[in-house]
Design a protein around this ligand. Structure first.
Ligand code: ADP
Length: 381
């Protein structure tokens, strides 16, 4: 049989009360005769015999003098009567107090049980009353924080599924449409058609790769190999990798890094990944004849690395969102130009944060260029 906590607390209180009462009754009954005799003896010593109160010597009641024995019997009866009344009232009051305390103690626990059941059924907005500053209050606080975290995770999960389905739908619809056009003979079976299908398939592959990378960095499922590294070396190698693409598009890539920068404490490959993303974005969003400039400086024991372009810029209302996953300022343009899925900056953000740094974007507005800056800790700090 399952007995709930409130009842158990109540029963334990009753047991404590019963033990106290039993001890009280036994001890008083045992101690009463000798205490009575002793006190009567003291009284007899204090009151002269002419008063008639003195009833002869001898301190033990029930022995010898019948008058004295009768007095003790009536005293005992009245004492027991008073004891019974007091015991009864004490018992009733103690039971009421015990009931109140048991209920108060069991209530928050019961509330947490109900809330955890509701959460397990998918009601993630369930919370319990905060409670006081005691252990139960702390437990309620931890419970609510856990519920909030679960709710956030669930919201993120739902959002991610929605976003991924949405991202997959566009290239899949295009591929399906093109294939149907080919089958029906509406679309010509030429290189253009095949290239379009190939482009969309490539987009799908990139999306899946990005998603895989995103899930790895978001779940913290990557390990960073921190060591003192030279940012100049990383920027130089990234510069070399991108140079041909910049030349092709006739955009200038300028490397302004001085030679005397201190070493940073970082994972070389991950920093290069962040730079590749920022420089790649710069190239993608800067029209022919523009510039992308990489610079760095030490400030407050951190290294600030900036990638600034003279490109299309970012309107102020989009700036706070561009690090959100799947966020693109202009999704249709991004798609037409073979742009990414809006995950690159999210990955960059997570990687920079994993280094203990920050990343942010600035832009004076449309067609005024953009500057992305991230910070990394210096080695030996
Ligand atoms: P994507 O893979 O689509 O490039 P990102 O997460 O790297 O995704 O970038 C998100 C969005 O931020 C881009 O779609 C683009 O609209 C905007 N953006 C990023 N970098 C720049 C830039 N240098 N200039 C203008 N807009 C940019």
């Amino acid at each position: 049989m399952k007995v709930n906590l409130g009842v158990r607390l109540f029963i334990s209180h009753i047991l404590v009360i019963a033990v106290a009462m039993t001890v009280l009754v036994l001890v008083t009954q045992f101690a009463l005769p000798s205490a009575y005799g002793r006190h009567l003896g003291i009284m007899e010593g204090a009151i002269p015999s002419e008063t008639g109160l003195g009833m002869g010597s001898g301190h033990t009641p029930g022995q010898g003098d019948p008058g004295r024995t009768g007095l003790f019997a009536s005293f005992r009866t009245s004492f027991n009567e008073a004891l019974f009344i007091a015991g009864f009232i004490a018992m009733v009051l103690a039971l009421i107090v015990s009931m109140v305390i048991s209920r108060r103690l069991a209530k928050p626990i019961h509330a947490m049980t109900v809330a955890s059941q509701r959460i397990s059924e998918g009601h993630y907005n369930e919370r319990v009353p905060p409670g006081g500053g005691d252990e139960l209050g702390n437990l309620a606080g931890s419970f609510n924080r856990m519920a909030e975290k679960l709710e956030q995770t669930e919201t993120m999960r739902r959002q991610l599924i929605g976003d991924v389905s949405h991202e997959l739908r566009t290239p899949l619809t295009t591929i399906q449409g093109s294939m149907e056009g080919l089958i029906d003979g509406i679309l010509p079976a030429n290189t253009d058609t095949y290239e379009q299908i190939h482009r969309e398939a490539g987009r799908l592959t990139r999306l899946v790769d990005d998603l895989q990378e995103l899930s790895r960095v978001e779940a913290g499922g990557f390990s960073l190999e921190f060591k003192p590294v030279s940012i100049k070396a990383i920027v130089d190698s990234t510069y070399a990798r991108y140079s041909p693409q910049f030349t092709d598009k006739e955009v200038k890539l300028i490397n302004l890094l001085p030679d005397n920068l201190p070493a940073i404490m970082a994972d070389e490959d991950r920093v290069e990944q962040v730079l590749l993303n920022l420089i790649g974005n710069g190239l993608q969003h800067t029209p022919r004849g523009g510039e992308v400039t990489i610079s760095a400086e030490v400030q407050d024991r951190e290294l600030f690395i900036s990638v600034a372009d003279t490109g299309i810029g970012i309107p102020a209302k989009h700036l706070p969102h561009i690090f959100d996953r799947f966020y693109r300022v202009d999704p249709s343009r991004s798609r037409q130009k073979g742009g990414g899925s809006g995950i690159g900056l999210t990955i960059a953000l997570r990687l920079v944060e994993a280094h203990g740094g920050h990343i942010w974007a600035e832009s004076a507005g449309e067609n005024c260029g953009s500057t992305f800056t991230f910070t990394l800790p210096l080695a030996g700090e």
